[in-house]
Design a protein. Sequence first.
Length: 700
Amino acid sequence: MSDIRVHASTRFVAAPKTRHCSGFLMSATRESEAEIRRLGRLVQEQAALRRIATLVAQGAPLGNVFAVAAEVIARVSGIPSVSIARYEADGTATEFVANGTPSADVRSTVDVPILVDGRIAGAVIIPSTDTAPAPVDAAARLTDFTELLGTAITSGQARAELRRLAEEQAALRHVATLVAQGAEPNTVFTAVAVKAAQVLRVGAVSLLSYDAGTQTFTKIFGTHGERSAVPDGTQSRVADCPEGVLVVETGQAARIDDWSQIPGLVAARHREFGFGQAIAAPIVVNSTIWGYIGAYAEADEILPPESERRLADFTNLMATALANVQARDELRGLAEEQAALRRVATMVARERPAEEVFACVAEEVRRLVQAEAAAVWRYCSDGDAIVVGSWGTIAKKLPVGRRVKLDGDSVAAMILRTQRPARFDEFQSPAGSIAAAAHEVGVRSAVGGPILVDGALWGSIVAGTSSPTSMPADAEARIAQFTELAATAISNLQVREALAASRARVIATGDEQRRRVVRDLHDGAQQRLVHTIVTLKMARKELERYGPEAAALVDEPLEHATRATNELRELAHGILPTALTRGGLHAGISELVSTMSIPVQVAISVQRTSPDVEATAYFVVAEALTNVAKHAHAHSATVRVHLDDGNLQLEVRDDGVGGAKPDGTGLVGLSDRLAVHNGTLRVESPPHGGTVVAASIPVA
């Protein structure tokens, strides 16, 4: 400007050249004004760019940025109307217009693209009319603006992606926390569906399980509400679920863009309720499709390409949750199985009666395989089977002791034929005795295993259910462990029975030998000693005529003979008294009591029983009274003997000092003898509280 002023002043002095200088001055003035206008536009453009850049830096919504950009571009350019279009990923566009609607006489437009990562993400549109043509240099002048708008789009997309990522991670963390805490499956299912619907911004999400055997899907949970094609819990054929068909066939995520050409009820309901695109992702547990998650967009929505990947994150969590549930169920099942086996094994180790063991086996098997009925069978040589243990609904139809023909089709009959585990997944008809009984109580399927004792088939364990679903796949393996325990119990029982029979024979033989010895003593030596005493007494009487000295010669042998007779009588009582053999318990115990130095009250209400039982009972009372006489320091005692429910009950009670030791030699010997008859011994002897010796002996 100063240069121009100098030149103008110089040209004013040169009078001869006045005309030429005037033209120069006018030209310079016009150039100066143009430069001023250019600089002014530049200042305005820089201010407009700073304003837009500030909005972008502040993270303003894209709509605000584009609206302000349209306004400042129109003002800076002096154009009546400027539009900025933003192209969406789904192919639609959003337009922002400054200074009203463009004129109707638009002849053409200048479109300046907004580029993001090499693709056109929008455009600045300048209309050109006859009265307001678009600037020739519009594209060049708007380059800085379009670059800023591209940056705004990129920043907006990045912020939106970060928000989506944060929402997705928060949703996944919520579900993962539930999984880690071991939440119930239904809680996890609900959370997955709700969170997936929120993250994907879809109209609804469904979870469905898949049964390969029946080729059906079962809807577990859905967020559709009243717009649901099928209610929760509904089973549908795979063929009726288009997205499910794709998932099962490919094992991959699937997408349906258009329901209009898909037949079937489900597709019709989706169209009716206004759903558009759908995606589905498989839930894979242990390399097997467990089910799938389906997401359904509204009719006017477009699901982004990454939706399948995002949905897969939820299916992976679902798979983890299900795997954890299965693992917990397996651990719980294993713990229950081990506990059940321990209970049965404890009964076997404690040598409980066989009927108790078999009843326990039936109960534990029924509970473990989730059946309604279970039975333990013993096979007979003629092809029949006897129920030796039963539990549940079948117990009334097949009680313990029931003998049944193994005719027709049944698991027990199959095991008898094959000596292998067997199952019936569906009783087609009640043919045969066992099948008829099972049919009457509603048993639809059953599974069982053989009981092998020393390699030979002894019987079987069978469990049945009325459920429409088959017995668990591992039922045979679980039952097999109980058949082994049952076989051990049977083998132990057989050994115990053989041992008891052998001991009984030994004791019976010993008792018989004692009786023979008692008879021999009574009829032989004892009689001869008595005869000797009588003879000696007669001799002494005769010798008295010759004086006391002669009679005294017989006194010593007479005393020895009398003492020998008493000792022999005591010995005979210790073996088996004749009174017991001839008169039974009442006579034998009465003879024992007659030798006691303290009063003993006797109450015996038993007639004759078998000789071995009487002998055992006699020795119990004899040992107890011997201890009373030697150790109790008692003033009185009582002996009671009576029958109760097929058992001979004995009780010897005293009021002595107590403190008797149950592990003493005499009492241990009584326990061993009682065990031969499956009897029991009980000793109660608190200090200063007297002593009770009680025994129970089965007499049946």
